[in-house]
Design a protein around this ligand. Structure first.
Ligand SMILES: Cc1cc2nc3c(=O)[nH]c(=O)nc-3n(C[C@H](O)[C@H](O)[C@H](O)COP(=O)(O)O)c2cc1C
Length: 271
């Protein structure tokens, strides 16, 4: 076959073509003598530290819905030992809605603020229920809400510093979300679809290209929190990487460059 006739698939299968992931991995390794090739900035001014400490996003003009406080949250009946052993991915969702206190607890346990480290000359840097490289917290949580008691259907952003939801758009997201998530039938069954973005710029600012690894690792940490929280609250959850990145980004109005969709999960009562 003439090499110009090769399809994209042939090229990927051709072992002589260097894999992008291999290139990325090699070029973002730390080396004892040289650091890594695509080195990040190393010294930060106080002003830069202050700016980076704001590890969360805010939609200043969005209608905000305060999430119910801890006194309303349902008490878990099972202990940690039992919860971690019973965590599973669930693929059958029923019609029972999620209540706002349940959603509030889920969001807090996944990625809520639980502490602070002081920053010289500025606001403290919030700490969360999940760890994060450099405490930069590049993940942002968006919700496609279909069946939550007391919440209109639509798209929302979790505003962590005020533990509230910011309304991005009110509409039934089922059709759009099904299209963006490759036609998966769970989009028509789950009460809420969690859409988690990586704000790459936040972490790459400090760690350069290696920071991309940290964003993925960060999201893995908080996603397990979401799994365990759902298990404790007796909700089913299933994650998926089956989404058209550009469609989800367009739906959430993310630029797909400094911030992009990285993770999705369906949540609802198991049928
Ligand atoms: C990154 C990631 C992507 C996944 N994507 C899918 C998916 O698209 N469809 C699906 O049915 N399950 C998906 N899963 C769930 C896995 O199939 C599941 O975690 C695995 O089979 C282990 O089962 P368990 O979670 O019940 O222990 C995904 C899990 C992860 C961590």
């Amino acid at each position: 076959m003439n090499s110009s006739d090769a399809t994209a698939e042939d090229k990927i299968l051709d072992s002589e073509v260097v894999s992008i992931s291999k290139l990325y991995h090699e070029n973002t390794k730390l080396h004892r003598d040289t650091g890594h090739l695509l080195a990040p900035k190393s010294d930060f001014s106080r002003a830069e530290l202050r700016r980076m400490a704001k590890g969360y996003k805010k939609y200043p003009y969005a209608k905000t819905i305060k999430l119910p406080g801890e006194d309303t949250w349902p008490e878990g009946e099972r202990g940690f030992d039992e919860i971690i052993k019973s965590r599973r991915s669930v693929r059958t969702f029923g019609e029972t809605p999620v209540s706002l206190p349940e959603l509030s607890k889920m969001l807090f346990q996944t990625f809520g603020i639980t502490g602070e480290i002081p920053i010289p000359g500025g606001e403290g840097q919030p700490l969360r229920t999940a760890p994060s490289g450099g405490a930069l917290f590049p993940a942002e949580i968006y919700l496609a809400v279909r069946n939550v008691d007391g919440l209109e259907k639509g798209l929302y952003h979790y505003q962590v510093s005020s533990h509230s939801l910011e309304t991005l758009e009110k509409f039934d997201p089922t059709e759009k979300i099904t299209e963006a998530l490759c036609g998966q039938e769970y989009c028509e069954q789950a009460a809420v679809v969690f859409l988690i973005s990586g704000f790459l710029a936040r972490t790459k600012y400090k760690y350069g290209e290696r920071g991309y690894r940290y964003v993925l690792l960060d999201i893995g940490h908080l996603a397990q929190n979401l799994y365990l929280s759902c298990t404790a609250l007796d909700f089913g959850i299933m994650t998926t990487c089956g989404f058209f990145d550009d469609l989800v980004n367009a739906l959430l109005k993310l630029d797909g460059d400094s911030e992009t969709i990285m993770y999705a999960a369906f949540v609802g009562k198991q049928r």
